[in-house]
Design a protein around this ligand. Structure first.
Ligand code: PYC
Length: 318
């Protein structure tokens, strides 16, 4: 039995797992993530994949933090595997913890596999996440995409690795998501095939297109393709962090000033940054709203062939 709280942040869902996960032993969140991945991937597949979940869901496993200053540790995952950080997910976690009465308005620290982030619970729904330090790794990287020619973008870290393309190939509208998804997948595959990576060979697994915003008071609109091929319904917290890192590197946006990022639904995050400790690094903060949508219990009948979700692995049982 898995107990979870469901929420959505700017339209993007998060399932925060409270109970029913495996014993991952001691160590940092990064070490326990490796144990979860290698020995207990069933938790991810059961929680996220159909028939109990969907490709759009992001999971957040709560676990005791290693660092005593943190209220909790969190491991994020989705239909494809494990995420390093997740901005919309962290906003959803904070709103879900508030819903359970586990945190009060104020500032709290949470441990992820890539570092400690702070969340400020402004109201039970409004949360500001101070993300891990972010930076642009490479500017104007050209990649040859079959059928579409050369496409240029920046490679940046915002808690996940992103390829950011300034000119969206088609309008960033909900009725164009099939085309956007297809185009983004082709660019991502081309990056992989050309050996273009993040720092130290890290896989670039998020793709981001930008266009001017629709709302007069916003600064930009985006479409984000996540690993696993679902698009982010929110403006993507780590993606907005990567965007701010590029803007800061180009001196196109000053620190401490609010950047309004619209997502594909028109829902928004407000981003800001301060200069980080290391050259070229910024520390982004992302503000958004999350709403709790359910308190759920997932059941697994021992004879259910899909008790661990529908995947190539479970299909081999037939
Ligand atoms: O908000 O950082 C984010 C995110 C990553 C993948 C889906 N959402």
């Amino acid at each position: 039995m898995i107990r979870a709280i469901d929420s959505h942040t700017a339209g993007e869902p998060t399932r925060m797992v409270l109970e029913g996960g495996p014993d991952l032993g001691d160590g940092s969140v990064a070490e326990r993530l490796q144990r979860l991945k290698q020995e207990h991937d069933w938790l991810r597949t059961t929680t996220i994949l159909e028939p109990r979940g969907s490709d759009v869901l992001v999971g957040a496993l709560l676990l005791p933090s290693y660092d005593p200053s943190c209220v909790s540790g969190v491991i994020f995952f989705n239909n494809f595997g494990y995420l390093n950080m997740c901005g919309h997910g962290m906003i959803g976690v904070a709103a879900s913890l508030a819903h359970l009465g586990r945190i009060e308005p104020g500032v709290h620290r949470l441990e992820t596999s890539v570092g400690i982030v702070t969340v400020e619970l402004v109201t039970p729904q409004e949360v500001t996440v101070e993300n891990v330090p972010s930076y642009r790794y490479r500017k104007d990287v050209a990649v040859e995409v079959e059928g579409f020619g050369e496409i240029k973008g920046d490679v940046a870290w915002g808690g996940n690795w992103f390829f950011l393309i300034d000119d969206a190939p088609v309008p960033l509208k909900l009725d164009r998501v099939d085309c956007l998804t297809d185009r983004a997948r082709r660019v991502r595959d081309a990056l992989w095939n050309s050996g273009i990576t993040g720092e130290e060979g890290a896989l670039i697994d998020h793709l981001e297109f930008f266009s001017p915003p629709e709302a007069a008071d916003a600064h930009s609109r985006n479409f984000v393709l996540c690993p696993g091929n679902a698009y982010d319904r929110s403006p993507c917290g780590t993606g907005t962090s990567a965007k701010l890192a590029c803007l800061a590197a180009d001196e196109r946006w000053p620190q401490d000033q609010a950047w309004i990022q619209e997502g594909i639904l028109g829902s928004r995050f407000q981003g800001r940054y301060r200069i980080g400790d290391r050259p070229g690094e910024i520390v982004p903060s992302i503000t958004g709203q999350a709403y709790v949508t359910g308190e759920i219990v997932l059941l697994q009948h021992p004879e259910d062939p899909f008790r661990e979700g529908i995947s190539c692995r479970t299909l081999r049982r037939f």
